[in-house]
Design a protein around this ligand. Sequence first.
Ligand code: SF4
Length: 445
Amino acid sequence: MAFIKHRNENPLKNVMPIMAGLGSPQEMVVHDEQWHTENFVWGNARVRRKGFWTEEVSEQWTNTMESMRTRLLSCYNCPMKCGAAISVDTRMCSYMMKCFSKLTYTMAAFSDLEFGLRIAQKATEHGVDAFSAPQTMAFAIELLEAGILTDEDVPGMPSDKEGRFYWLLDRIVRREGIGDVLADGTYWAAERIGKGAEEYAHNCIKKTEQLPLKLGMLNQMYFLMYCTGEKANITQIEGNFPQAPFPTREEREDFTRNWPHVPDERFKQWFEDWELRGENSIPNYPSAEASCEIVNWQEKMHYIDDSTGMCAGLSSFPYKPPFHIHNLPELISAGAGLELDEESLTHLTRRNRDLVRANNIRRGMRRADEAPPADHWKRRFPELEEKLLDTYYEFKGWNLEGVPTRTSLHELGLEYVVEDFRERGILKADEEVVGQAATSEGSES
Ligand code: SF4
């Protein structure tokens, strides 16, 4: 593991601090939160606060973390120490935290890190997640401010911003009053509340809350990842390809010089040619075809990790991890006794991927569900977006509704899925989609 230690002592240049090393994003060690606090949005995924990260805030938040973080922690005997024990009042009672949960309550409530670490202890002890819960609470505050919820809906709620979050957390975990409505998340709560609340549940994909991020220009790769990902959040798909181009060709070539992780040399070229501005920038570059390949590669790596129990922090998530598509087949073969090479491992990944999709298709998911939040990017391109979905579906062996075709299911040895789809009327002999009404498990998804 010496190479892992070495890599975090020599972080990558040109990438945000939490992504510069290995492991899960190093939120417990990195104090510089300018990138998150100024690029992600606060409240109910609403407000971007440029200039928020001042020296004073930096000093205050660093002191908070250093006084409340009692030690760094790893999963099992991993040397990376991505998590930390946080102790807010007494060093006798601590909880484990890692990654972006450090900031989700802070930013949802427009508060500071001390509040975020304090409420996260209660939330962690109650077992609620750090993404949906704070966004749902911020959603409730917006509904109150808009008059959609009234004082009668929140009897006894304190008036200060931190107190309101503690009050909401208690109601949600006990499913009391408005907490019972909010406990299902923003989409379902909005449906029950009505009165225009639906407009405020604006940061969901497939009815699940997403990263609080609002950007300017459509990015083809991220459009595909957001739309077609089967899992709850984009972090389950994004990974080895840098999230943005580096400023100069020289810097990009320096990055690709030592990049054995890519499936083939085209991926290096796509990154080297990717510019911040001009013809080779978003939304036109990378092309739809290149974006399909890049998304597919990143997704493949995550599906390998998921099925082997490998930590994404050492494989599918960082930019230059120790484990990648060229050494994982041998590693998995050694551990599992399976005869695997890249082709057969890729085949298994496709099979897993299509099985996950098949399950969601049975439950009613279709193309119409594969959409990012309407306000995720300011500048949208409906025709390009339709073309992207068409191209990706074809690339994956799915029909225009996103249903795996009979041919691709056959190639993957999933004849029983073909049979199931046929019985439910999802696939006809010519592989057309009949419609959601024909599914027997309803359309709740
Ligand atoms: S297993 Fe993964 S998340 Fe856990 S400490 Fe190691 S690299 Fe970090």
